[in-house]
Design a binder for this molecule. Structure first.
Ligand SMILES: Cc1cc2nc3c(=O)[nH]c(=O)nc-3n(C[C@H](O)[C@H](O)[C@H](O)COP(=O)(O)O)c2cc1C
Length: 189
């Protein structure tokens, strides 16, 4: 039953994998379903759809592709932001870092952030999550304490993008719910 108190809360998810059939994407869909159940308007932002360039690679910011400004606008409008990334070589993905480097305090300061990581190995996305927490802090955002990591990603999901492990699915959903609830608290002031 959606919580109608949180209906004015907009939560976006930035997916740090561009891969077709990405498990990060599937995990973020689950987290967003938690945000939606908590009453938020939700949107998954596919970073492949915004013509992203590397920070500094275009001399004048005004000449950035329109997609960059669209992404900034959506994140700026969001009250809550989910960052999802695969563990890549002991960190989070370059595509997500590049997207974050095109943004800053205007988009992130005082926002509520939830973190979701996936890894191919058994150890989980511990480094990706830790570094995303550091970067989120540098952006002056508030990161909810319970992040979630999905290890052995190739075996974790069924063909419909659902997690086999119901307890883990509940934890992923809880990240979306917490982001919505804390964003609502933050915006009630
Ligand atoms: C460049 C690269 C580096 C990776 N490094 C790690 C790693 O350090 N630890 C790990 O457990 N898995 C690693 N993986 C596996 C990914 O975390 C795993 O395949 C994950 O599911 C990819 O996310 P996706 O399904 O959303 O694309 C790596 C994969 C790639 C492509």
């Amino acid at each position: 039953m959606p919580n109608t108190d949180n209906q004015s809360i907009y939560v976006v998810a930035l997916c740090g994998s561009l891969r077709q059939g990405s498990s990060t994407h599937a995990a973020l869909q689950i987290a967003l379903s938690g945000a939606k159940d908590a009453g938020a308007e939700v949107e998954l932002l596919d970073l492949g759809a915004y013509q992203l360039v590397f920070q500094g690679s275009v001399a004048n910011e005004a000449d950035y592709p329109p997609g960059v400004f669209k992404l900034r606008e959506k994140v700026k409008r969001a009250h809550g932001i989910l960052l999802g990334s695969p563990e890549y070589h002991g960190s989070f993905s370059g595509v997500l870092k590049s997207a974050l480097d095109l943004m800053g305090f205007d988009e992130f300061e005082d926002k509520v952030i939830g973190l979701v990581g996936v890894s191919g190995g058994r150890m989980g996305a511990v480094n990706a999550l830790s570094m995303l927490r550091t970067v989120s802090t540098a952006l002056h955002a508030w990161v909810v304490p319970n992040d979630v990591s999905i290890p052995r990603s190739s075996e974790a999901f069924d063909a419909n993008g659902n997690l086999h492990d119901a307890e883990l699915a509940a934890r992923v959903k809880a990240v979306g719910r917490q982001v919505t609830e804390f964003a609502a608290l933050r915006n009630s002031r």
